[in-house]
Design a protein around this ligand. Structure first.
Ligand SMILES: Cc1ncc(COP(=O)(O)O)c(C=O)c1O
Ligand SMILES: N[C@@H](CCCC[NH3+])C(=O)O
Length: 419
């Protein structure tokens, strides 16, 4: 469920009609619902209760400071993968002891920043990273809490580009090598083993791959404890999928996911951490755009929008489907359009042959399910200003990232004196 519904034929974000936001901020613009973000966060906390747990929002899905603060104020932790994300989480007021640090390429500088600012744990992804972290922590006279990210060699049955838990993927260490590496970790200065981490991919629509991975983690927990390690925490990653097309079969709900977690690892006495991104933010946001032109091509009509692939890359990058709906209900969807942006690439196509009511220049459309991996993946390709963001709560809204002016964009470049 989300909070983007039609009232009197006009699509609203909570109680705010989207045309009001378009008039105030211009398009394209991302619009998020505070109520949906909060609701999705609570779905996970409820699903994992009564197990001790921490829901760490994957900042990569939506790193806007206001979104992080909203979730952080509700008690969420954060999963970060870079110094930039770490600093964002801290700037949003999230304490270090609720931040986990993932990623295959953490630099020593990033490790130092997190150790200085406070960190719940590093999810270590390789032996060289473990050695680097040991060096950094020991030199600082401190101890780094560590889980090792294991790669369980499970096929998440998701898009090729976002599967992370097969042996050919770059993530984690092979689970068969885990006991050796934990033995190494235990002997290293500046390292305190606290648990195990796993994340097998994103947009999973079936619980079976999670279950297979978590069963392996449960076995490993027992084996590591028998080896004398303290395994108090299990970070089970993110990855639960969302319905992108209203007509598609519905992916499992957080409640079903929670029941599966209790079934597979619930009896180990561990604190459970999860790192959902998409399920919390995805359906909490839409990308609002305007029709610039309706162009009649040969055998097809192009709906040319003011949003482009640089604002929402998912269709071009993964062939992803986003529902595209008219903001003002316009009758039966009896026209078929190729929905495209103004960028000079044929890949700048959001959808082909999409049935919509008859549209004309100036009409507003909304891309649904755009709150995760939307604004964060935006670029300024074609010198297009980075797309702004708005947060709605009840009957009011605020711009939470302004559209930069062209002067601001120009001012970031510098001309060398010798030119
Ligand atoms: C380590 C890690 N944690 C969490 C996530 C969040 O995944 P999702 O947005 O699918 O919940 C990702 C992205 O796949 C990830 O790589
Ligand atoms: N960016 C991807 C998800 C990547 C998940 C990050 N590990 C998407 O839009 O679906």
């Amino acid at each position: 469920m989300d909070h983007f519904l039609y009232r009197d034929g006009i699509l609203h974000a909570e109680a705010v009609p989207l045309p009001e936001i378009a008039a105030a901020v211009g398009t394209p613009v991302y619009v998020y619902s505070a109520a949906t973000l909060a609701r999705h966060y609570h779905l996970f906390t409820e699903a994992l209760s009564p197990l001790p747990h921490l829901v760490c929002f994957a900042v990569k899905a939506n790193g806007n400071l206001a979104v992080l603060k909203l979730l952080g104020d509700l008690g969420a932790g954060m999963d970060v993968v870079s110094e930039g994300e770490y600093r964002r989480a801290r700037a949003a007021g999230v304490p270090g002891d609720r931040i986990v640090f993932s990623g295959v390429g953490k630099t020593k500088r990033e490790m130092r920043t997190a150790l200085e600012g406070g960190i719940r744990q590093f999810n270590v992804e390789s032996e060289p990273e473990l050695l680097a972290l040991s060096e950094v922590a020991a030199a600082m006279g401190t101890t780094a809490p560590v889980t090792l990210r294991v790669n369980p060699d499970v096929d998440a049955k998701t898009h090729e580009k976002i599967a992370t838990g097969r042996k050919e993927d770059k993530f984690g260490v092979p689970i068969a090598r885990a006991r050796d590496i934990y033995a190494q970790a235990a002997a290293l200065p500046g390292i305190a083993v606290v648990g195990i981490d796993v994340h097998i991919g994103s947009q999973l629509t079936d619980l079976a791959p999670f279950e297979a991975a978590y069963a392996k983690v449960a076995d490993l927990t027992r084996a590591l404890r028998a080896d004398g390690h303290r395994i108090d925490r299990l970070d089970l990653g993110g990855g639960l999928g969302i319905p992108y097309a209203r007509s598609n079969e519905v992916p499992p709900l957080p409640l079903d996911y929670g029941a599966m977690v209790r079934r597979t690892v619930g009896d180990l006495g561990c604190e459970i951490e999860i790192e959902p991104g998409r399920l919390i933010a995805g359906n909490a946001g839409v990308l609002l755009a305007s029709v610039v032109y309706l162009k009649h091509g040969e055998g097809r009509d192009f709906l040319i929008l003011d949003a482009a692939m640089n604002d929402l890359i998912r269709p071009a990058m993964y062939g992803a489907w986003h529902d595209i709906v008219p903001v003002v209900e316009g009758g039966a969807p009896d026209h078929v359009y190729d929905v495209v942006g103004p960028v000079c690439e044929s890949g700048d196509t959001f959808a082909r042959g999409r049935p919509l009511p008859p549209m004309t220049a100036g009409d507003l459309v909304a891309f649904r399910s755009a709150g995760a991996y939307g604004a964060v993946m935006a670029s300024e390709y074609n010198a297009r200003p980075l797309v702004p963001e708005v947060l709605v709560s009840g009957d009011h809204f605020a711009v939470i990232r302004a559209r930069p002016s062209f002067d601001e964009m120009l001012a970031r470049d510098t001309l060398p004196a010798w030119l």
